[in-house]
Write a protein that binds this ligand. Structure first.
Ligand code: PMT
Length: 410
């Protein structure tokens, strides 16, 4: 989904930065367009850093500021590319121009040029908001199908109290998602996600681990949460902030992850094991630091519990998804894991492929299901890959798998 976020000049312009983040969490690609007066309140650099895209500030301007027809044509192509235009905050002036069809800057031109959905979130002084002129303009926009997210009542930056404060980021995001048909289709699910590596201690200063960053599992937790699921994220050591709204359980070793998964399993309606769990751990971790000697050292290892295989036994209607991190014969190994682990689906990734697997922001996945189906996806951001995996979980649910009886949250 592509959204153009029009930012016009008001104190609430800073909240547009938060809105960018919130929309990105829904997997939406955001192109920011700023009016000149918006730039008095917040710099284009802030939005460029958040979106990784050039912010459109002028109709004809290029980077050196010179007039440029090519740039105007490129800009206007945005009108065809977007699925939705949201103007937040929308000042009385921008609303008036939109209502009257005045196109004297990029934002108002975009409004006329696009056939995409339009959402407007006004923010202004209470008297300006209540003025007949503004109310008539708002009604004109509504009559044209524009979705208006009304301002909230409260203390305003101008010192007055009343209606005029920009609606909450959540309310605006909800309106955008509603218009785009992004549904909270996992509302009935409780998804348990594992992420990151595990660390198996050799002694108090050394341990065995792997290259997992946790990015894939955290993306799954975030995507599931955004789609309305209750999410329990059980993570090995990772340098990432847990997504907002998820229940976070931090573990270190495979043994601890096993225990945590079993502890939270009864509540889960779906389990997605993205963690790179150590297959072996030292048989006898040392209590004191092992001293250096001259000879060879042999480290005796034993198998860790196979968490996935363990929970897949007697899973009932719970949907169980495993990952397969492979370096060769990906399809063959993935299908073998589907069988040996008795999972409903295996997400295979070739961790030697460019832009896939450990620590990348992108992944290349193929989904293998027990019905024999197999679906390959091109390289995409991990958050998008997460959504594709969740789409398939939902398909499995709709294909007849009943929801396990809901267990109350702890
Ligand atoms: O964390 P990132 O940097 O974003 O990298 C993502 C990833 C490469 C870690 C991820 O995409 C991935 O492939 N995760 C699974 C890694 C793995 O351990 O694969 P495996 O083929 O060794 O294990 C198969 C499945 O069994 C996995 O779901 C694993 O979680 C599970 N397992 C493995 C061992 C064990 N003792 N218990 C398990 O449950």
């Amino acid at each position: 989904m592509r959204v153009a976020l029009g930012v016009s000049g008001g104190v609430a312009a800073y909240k547009a930065a938060e809105l960018v983040r919130r929309l990105q969490q829904e997997g939406i690609d955001v192109q920011v367009v700023m009016t000149r007066s918006a730039q008095e309140f917040i710099t284009p650099l802030t939005f460029a850093a958040l979106t990784g895209q050039k912010v459109i500030t002028e109709m004809f301007g290029n980077e050196s500021g010179a007039a440029n027809v090519q740039s105007a044509i490129e800009h206007i192509a945005v009108a065809q590319r977007i699925d939705l235009l949201v103007v937040a905050p929308a000042t009385a002036n921008v609303i008036a121009k939109m209502a009257r069809g005045i196109a004297d800057d990029f934002l108002t031109t975009l409004y006329l040029a696009t056939t995409a959905h339009v959402v407007v979130a006004p923010a202004m002084n209470v008297n300006m908001w209540e003025h007949t002129a503004t109310q008539e303009n708002i009604e004109a926009l509504r009559a044209r199908g524009v979705h208006v997210v009304p301002p909230e009542e409260g203390y305003l930056a101008c010192g007055m109290t009343g209606a005029g404060r920009l609606a909450s980021v959540e309310a605006i995001a909800k309106a955008v998602c509603g218009q785009l048909g992004i549904r909270h289709d996992l509302e009935n699910e409780t998804v348990l996600v594992t992420a990151g590596p595990t660390c198996e201690d050799v002694d108090p200063v050394r341990y065995l681990t792997n290259r997992s960053s946790g990015k894939m599992g955290y993306a799954l937790a975030e995507a599931a949460s955004r789609r309305g699921a209750r999410v329990v994220l059980i993570s090995g050591p990772a340098r990432l902030d847990p997504p907002q709204g998820v229940e976070f359980v931090s573990v270190r070793s495979a043994q601890q992850m096993h225990r945590a998964v079993l502890e939270h399993l009864s509540r889960a309606t779906a389990v997605i094991m993205a963690a790179a769990v150590a297959d072996y751990r030292p048989v006898a971790p040392q209590v004191k630091k092992m001293k250096r000697g001259n000879g060879r050292v042999t480290l005796e290892l034993e198998s860790t519990p196979d968490i996935l295989a363990d929970i897949a036994r007697g899973k009932g209607d719970r949907i169980i998804v495993g990952f397969a991190a492979e370096t060769d014969h990906v399809a063959e190994h993935a299908r073998a894991k589907l069988e040996s682990k008795q999972a409903d689906m295996i997400v295979a990734n070739d961790v030697t492929a460019e832009g896939a697997g450990f620590d990348h922001d992108t992944n290349i996945i193929t989904l293998y299901s027990r019905d024999g189906s197999e679906k390959a996806f091109p390289r995409m951001p991990k958050i998008d890959a997460a959504h594709r995996i969740l789409d398939r979980v939902l398909e499995l649910r709709r294909a007849g798998r009943q929801l396990p009886a809901a267990q109350p949250a702890r």
